[in-house]
Ligand binder design. Structure first.
Ligand code: TNX
Length: 526
């Protein structure tokens, strides 16, 4: 055996190493690892760079749909400070040198609706997908390949370049959600939109809005205006509360849709209903309105489940919400009811399931609903020990929100001022290091629709409070939902997350500087 190897072989071995996809074999600390969150299915580096300057063109295919053109304009807005505000979109032209081409042809069908390939060469970039959602996710990856400076929309950034790379990527789970509790403290629409923007950067695709609870009612219902007028005027503490008009809600639905995020509205019932009980006397068995509630206890309220007028009111509410919501889901809550017998509770859930289905929607409810006679199309959202395995056994799907992992309202550690701690402290590693497919015995991967991170707002007042508890744990949840176990590791994630601190700052997100992360001071420059 020769002890020295020819130079060409050494070179080939070095190149192979450089081009190795991110995966279990690649070193987590490798400088060739790009800081992409969530980790893509495969990343192959090549040599060279694609410069982005005033000569860069964004190209779509001839006859591209509005949804594809929307992705192209989103990308154009992102790059505007570097390439000029009058960015021209050339539909149908042959992709010239210096172009970024968004195409719905040529992608592997196995990538599904949300997958994409992103190929960056020295003279062109191609993002290919089967659906505009995939193109959008590809654009988010492209965004993360650019330095943090790209996030400053009005800065005169020059000299941007993408590293040459080939990325093939698709999500593990269809449901990658976040939930905002806008009831305990009302969150103005602009703050919700900012949250949506941050979600989009990490390929999250469902925003569940918790729109009603004991402390507040947050959506205008035209046939029952007293709900927003009375129920909307309170929150935890002494604040003014608030609610979204239907026009504002529709504006949010459209804003989120442009970012490929679906709004999932929740009206919590039969418990967590004091704001409704204060607004509509007929929802109470004694026909007397309850006083508004500004505390933080749970479990004490329930609508009158024996009265037909209750179901007439619920039908009005769900009909209006269904009309306003293009997505197929209505969430009916169903959690923490202490004031009803088991039989009353189950009967209520089954009757409301019929009302939801009559609106042409699929019902979602918290884990407590699982023992009811649920249709397999109904979805159970697991949050604590429950019988979601029963639902999986009947062919139903489960959204995983285990409180010890993804309850973003729980404190990071004993020093965190905001948040609660009944589920225990949740550091970034706790939010990251778990597998939705093995979380509950009897709920195998095929029954897991995905993951969702709720943010309850008892202790949160201003938008930056909400952000502080959500970030960076929401990035961990995004990766749990998107990336396959083969490309996931805490060591790799914490290294990549370190590079996202400056980006989060640049987009204006107040985030927790977890001591588990060696935060980078400046932006990621590939
Ligand atoms: C439990 S999780 C609740 C919420 C509280 C939260 C506080 C769930 C379905 N119900 O009403 O806000 O705990 O962590």
């Amino acid at each position: 055996m020769p002890t020295t190897r020819p130079a060409a072989l050494v070179l080939a071995a070095a190149l192979a190493l450089l081009c190795a996809p991110i995966g279990p074999t690649a070193s987590a600390q490798s400088p060739t690892t790009l800081a992409i969150i969530p980790a893509p299915t495969s990343v192959t580096r090549a040599s060279g760079r694609f410069p982005i300057d005033t000569g860069t063109t964004i190209v779509t295919d001839a006859g591209a749909s509005t949804a594809v053109e929307d992705v192209a304009s989103y990308l154009a807005e992102l790059l505007a400070p570097s390439v000029g505000a009058a960015r021209r979109l050339t539909a149908g032209a042959a992709a010239p040198r210096g172009s970024i081409h968004l195409t719905l042809s040529g992608a592997d069908k196995a990538l599904g609706d949300e997958g994409y390939t992103l190929v960056v060469g020295a003279d062109r970039v191609i993002i290919a997908a089967n659906d505009p959602a995939g193109l959008f996710h590809g654009v988010q990856t492209l965004r993360q390949l650019l330095p943090t400076t790209v996030e400053y929309r009005a800065a005169l950034t020059r000299g941007l370049a993408l590293p040459a790379v080939r990325i093939v990527d698709s999500p593990r789970f269809a449901w990658r959600g976040a939930m905002l509790d806008v009831t305990r403290h009302f969150l103005p629409l602009d703050a919700v939109k900012d949250y949506v923007d941050a979600m989009a950067l990490y390929k999250l695709n469902r925003l569940h809005l918790h729109l009603s609870d004991d402390q507040g009612w947050r959506i205008e219902i035209r046939s029952r205006p007293e709900l927003a007028r009375i129920g909307g005027a309170s929150e935890v503490g002494s604040g003014p509360g608030g609610y979204y008009t239907q026009a504002e809600y529709s504006d949010l639905v459209a804003y989120a849709a442009r970012r490929h995020i679906m709004i999932v509205p929740e009206i919590d019932m039969p418990g967590h209903t004091n704001a409704a009980l204060a607004s509509i006397p007929a929802l109470n068995c004694d026909n007397k309105a309850r006083p508004p509630y500004r505390g933080t206890r749970v479990g004490f309220s329930a609508v009158c489940v024996e009265s037909d007028s209750t179901y007439a009111i619920i039908t009005d509410i769900l009909r209006e919400l269904a009309e306003l919501t293009p997505g197929p889901y209505l969430h009916i809550g169903g959690d923490e009811v202490e004031k009803l017998t088991h039989k009353q509770y189950i009967g209520f859930v089954e009757r409301v399931q019929g009302i939801v289905q009559a609106q042409g929607k699929q019902m979602i409810g918290w884990g407590e609903i699982a023992p009811a006679a649920l249709d397999p199309t109904t979805i159970v959202q697991h949050w604590k020990k429950d019988s979601s395995a029963v639902h999986a056994a009947r062919g139903g799907s489960v959204i995983m929100s285990p409180n010890t992992r993804v309850y973003l309202d729980q404190k990071y550690d004993a020093k965190t001022a905001l948040g609660l701690k009944w589920a225990g402290f949740i550091e970034v590693k706790d939010a990251y290091d778990w597998d939705p497919a093995t979380q509950i015995a009897g709920v195998p991967e095929r029954a897991v629709l995905g993951v969702e991170a709720p943010l309850w707002s008892e202790t949160l007042f201003k938008p930056s409070d909400f952000q502080f508890l959500a970030f960076p744990r929401l990035l961990a949840v995004a990766e749990v939902g998107w990336s396959t176990p083969a490309v996931r590791s805490w060591a790799g994630f914490r290294t990549r997350l370190a590079a996202h601190g400056p980006r989060l700052s640049a987009i204006g997100v107040n985030f927790y500087r977890s001591p588990q992360i060696d935060w980078q001071e400046s932006g990621w420059i590939p």
